[in-house]
Design a protein around this ligand. Structure first.
Ligand code: ZN
Length: 146
């Protein structure tokens, strides 16, 4: 685990999955409901309050694509609220969401063709799939494609 990130709490998957899948937020400037742009924030209920957290383009891709590993099929069960302790000056939101399974595997994105082999890294490309970290690491050590 990244030593710069501290886990503040957890939220069961079903508690906010629908909210995240909607991909809509109240725009702060005028309160209108607008699509969440990639890499922006989302407001979620947490411990009786509403908090604003980062909703990364990677997690959005995971939520749009079944929230399960394409290889072993493990499924997201809880979100962790991670605080970045390595602050960038001026950053407004320092807490982000990440998705984990019941047996403590983080779901992340995998580059089907690794970037080191020329694969595209954009979440809009066809080179991205959802994979848990153990599967990703296993695949990374075995990749022999061109
Ligand atoms: Zn897996």
């Amino acid at each position: 685990m990244d030593p710069n990130h501290e886990t503040l709490g957890e939220i069961p998957f079903e508690d906010i999955a629908d909210l995240l899948r909607q991909n809509w937020i109240n725009r702060p400037t005028d309160g209108l409901r607008v699509p969440v742009p990639f890499g922006r924030t989302v407001k979620i209920p947490y411990q009786g309050k509403e908090i604003t957290v980062k909703y990364t383009k990677e997690l959005k891709f995971i939520m749009r694509n079944g929230a399960r590993c394409v290889k072993c099929g493990c499924k997201g069960a809880r979100f962790k609220l991670l605080r970045n302790n390595n602050l960038v000056f001026g950053a407004k939101t320092t807490i982000r969401l990440a998705l984990w399974t019941d047996d403590d595997r983080q779901l992340s994105i995998d580059h089907i063709k690794p970037r080191g082999h020329g694969g595209e890294s954009s979440v809009n490309s066809n080179n991205i799939q959802v994979m848990c970290e153990p599967c990703n690491e296993e695949k990374g050590s075995k990749y022999v494609g061109v």
